[in-house]
Design a protein around this ligand. Sequence first.
Ligand code: 5RP
Length: 223
Amino acid sequence: MNEKKLVGEKAAEFIKDGMVVGLGTGSTVYYTIIKLGQLVKEGLTIQGIPTSVRTEELAKKVGIPLVSFKEIGQIDVAIDGADEVDSNLDLIKGGGGALLREKIIANAAKQFIVVATPNKMVKKLGGFQLPVEVVPFGAELTEKHISKLGIDPIFRQFEGNPYRTDNGNYIFDCDISGILQPKELEEKLNMIPGVVENGLFINMSDIVISLDHEKNVVLINKR
Ligand code: 5RP
């Protein structure tokens, strides 16, 4: 059984005619996008707004019409994956490097739906290293400021070169396992000059779609 497909496809049921839909990035929301492409072929009328170049290419391939922020008033629903989800439905995101555009789009959406297989569900955030996006200028200095928060930034590499986001920035993956207050950390990180955004999504998710022990799809709502 493909768990990602089960939760990813379920999210497509929330999308109705006329909606503007934020399209997330990753291997779980991939199945949402494929399903939405099928539904568009069957007559569903939506407009998508992608969170990454990869997602833009996928959405075009499956025939989802795309819009830009210039053309829309609001986003009705954003759907995205996560690297970790805690019991408050707070998230770590950005394993795939798309955290900045993902946060802009989730923040602009009336409803933010997260698709997460059971292995993503945790008691406490921090088992997954927190991605922090920084501008290349002065990145060495920015790294020192991040370290002063008591976390250890690891410079993300790809095939032996510095990893670059779709925005041309670098990423530091940070061990935050000792951090008790994710909201405070989110704010402190974003106050460092040079930090563009970090992958803590606090108080943003409305619904998480996951699976129970018997592999039934479950909807977890914000309490
Ligand atoms: C990309 C993300 C993804 O949503 C996250 O990494 C989960 O991806 P996947 O569904 O492939 O596990 O934040 O920046």
